[in-house]
Design a protein around this ligand. Structure first.
Ligand code: AMP
Ligand code: ZN
Length: 481
């Protein structure tokens, strides 16, 4: 089953076809680093991590690029208000650089706790000022810009398809726009490329440019850095759904105007995390951070909770839902430990599963089941990352009495390449040498039909805390619960 993904650009689930054979380029809009990431932000990064893992599960090599916004993101999407970093710096009595560096590091620590792999490239807006100025120069040369006292603006009326991603009613928007938020803006949808530092003001972060001292508009960094690291067209661009109407719409406008094409083929967006039925947002002061939940929960329980909802659905965070996720995660770990600790003596299936194609009817049947589970799982994750269904398959496998424990643990570890719940770290309980010895003696006694001795040995083994099970496939031994 080929990988299918919902593309916001076409509003359709499409078969994923990469631009370059087995290489996939992803650009994900990263955090604005003026405060700790909240669990809503982190839901978006978990979703992007799952996307990358599913691509890798399908044998693609992924180049994942993420920006770090450390300048230019204003408190209002209307190109007004304060720079969030400078505001944060003032609030904490630190420099803009200190604030940005501190929260960038905090962000990396948070994603590590959620087992989100750090993107291959993380790039800061402040380290790509030259690239951003160059992009404005290209846009200026091509006639897409105009300058007003506030800065250099992108003229959205010059793009015929402006707003396609969001299916914006551009005419309606422009006609219905109440007051011009920035004086001199030609269209209400126009946006800043380069903001000039107002006269008499000294910003902490500002740079010289052909248009005067100032700083880049927020959308500009993503067009400039995605082009630098992934080229003018790459495979996937992603982020939260709030990016559709403004940020991604404007990124498309800039890149299309400068380079002639929509930068990414697939635009994939994750739904919001809610708390008490409302979007979790820094501005609403309803935020919960990793640190807040860590006292009570394993951060990976939050990751598990994310897997229980499709990325297209809203997910409501409550203490009950976190408790449910923590319980499920504990049970998953316990089952994994049991399977890893169970020795399928006489079966040798652990090895067989690795080297498919061995003879023997029972082995063939078992391996067939192994493949069926793997196919079912692949089908689920390839169907637009259906992780709730994939989790259901994992739980079905756990309860399936026809699959030997050694295969279960192999399959669960294989599924965990997508789930990312660190099942590899679950250590088996080692079978003590004396139990192994008694097990062998018992097998011999059974062969010799010495049932009395065999039962005696079973009892002794149980007294040591290990449970024997004689199955049609052979005898297994596992720790008693
Ligand atoms: P920001 O740091 O505000 O630029 O946001 C970083 C990322 O988090 C963006 O991709 C947003 O779309 C996403 N985001 C913000 N709030 C939420 C939320 N409540 N649920 C899911 N994603 C969110
Ligand atoms: Zn972006």
């Amino acid at each position: 089953m080929p990988l299918r993904l919902y593309n916001t650009l076409t509003r359709k689930k499409e078969t994923f076809r990469p631009l370059r054979d087995k290489q996939v380029g992803i650009y994900a809009c990263g955090p604005t680093v003026y405060w700790f990431a909240h669990l809503g932000n982190l839901r978006s990064y978990v979703f992007e991590d799952i996307l990358r893992r599913v691509l890798e599960y399908n044998d693609y090599k992924v180049k994942h690029v993420m920006n770090i916004t450390d300048v230019g993101h204003l408190t209002s999407d209307e190109d007004t208000g304060e720079d969030k970093i400078e505001k944060g710096a003032r609030k904490e009595g630190k420099s803009a650089r200190e604030i940005a560096d501190f929260y960038t590091e905090a962000f990396f620590k948070d994603i590590e706790k959620l087992n989100i792999e750090k993107p291959r490239i993380t790039c800061k807006a402040t380290e790509h000022i030259k690239e951003q100025i160059n992009l404005v120069k290209i846009l200026e040369k091509k006639g897409f810009t105009y300058q007003i006292s506030d800065g250099v603006y992108f003229n959205t009326s010059k793009i015929t398809e402006y707003g396609r991603l969001a299916k914006l009613d551009v005419e309606g928007l422009r006609a219905g726009a109440r007051v011009e938020t920035v004086e001199g803006k030609k269209n209400s949808t126009d946006f800043a490329l380069w903001k000039l530092t107002p006269p008499g003001v000294k910003r902490q972060q500002e740079w010289d440019s052909p248009w005067g001292k100032g700083f880049p508009g927020w959308h500009l960094e993503c067009s400039a850095m995605s082009q630098k690291y992934l080229g003018t067209q790459f495979d996937i661009h992603c982020g939260g759904i709030d990016h559709i109407p403004v940020h991604h719409t404007n990124e498309i406008a800039q890149s299309q105007a400068a380079y002639g094409e929509i930068p990414a083929k697939y635009w994939i967006h994750g739904e919001f995390l809610l708390i008490d039925g409302k979007k979790m947002a820094k501005s609403d002061a309803n935020i919960v951070t990793i640190e807040n939940i860590s006292k009570k929960f394993n951060p990976l329980a939050f990751r598990y909770l994310n897997l229980t909802a499709h990325y297209h659905s809203k997910l409501n965070l409550t203490w009950e839902s976190m408790e449910g996720a923590q319980n499920a995660l504990d049970n998953l770990y316990e089952a994994t430990r049991e399977f890893k600790s169970t020795a399928d003596f006489n079966l040798g299936l652990g090895k067989l599963a690795d080297s498919f194609g061995l003879a023997g009817k029972k082995t063939r049947e078992t391996l067939k089941k192994f493949r069926e589970y793997k196919e079912e799982f692949t089908e689920a994750v390839n169907d637009d990352l259906d992780t709730p269904k994939a989790l259901g398959i994992a739980w079905k496998l756990i309860g399936d009495e026809n699959i030997p424990a050694s295969l279960k643990s192999k399959l669960l570890e294989d599924f965990d390449r997508v789930f990312g719940l660190k099942l590899k770290d679950i250590k088996p309980i080692a079978i003590p040498e004396e139990v192994k010895k008694m097990f062998k003696e018992r097998a011999k006694a059974r062969k010799e039909k010495d049932w009395v001795k065999s039962d005696e040995l079973r009892q002794k083994i149980e007294n040591k805390g290990w449970l024997l099970e004689d199955t049609p496939r052979g005898t297994t031994v596992k720790p008693k619960k």
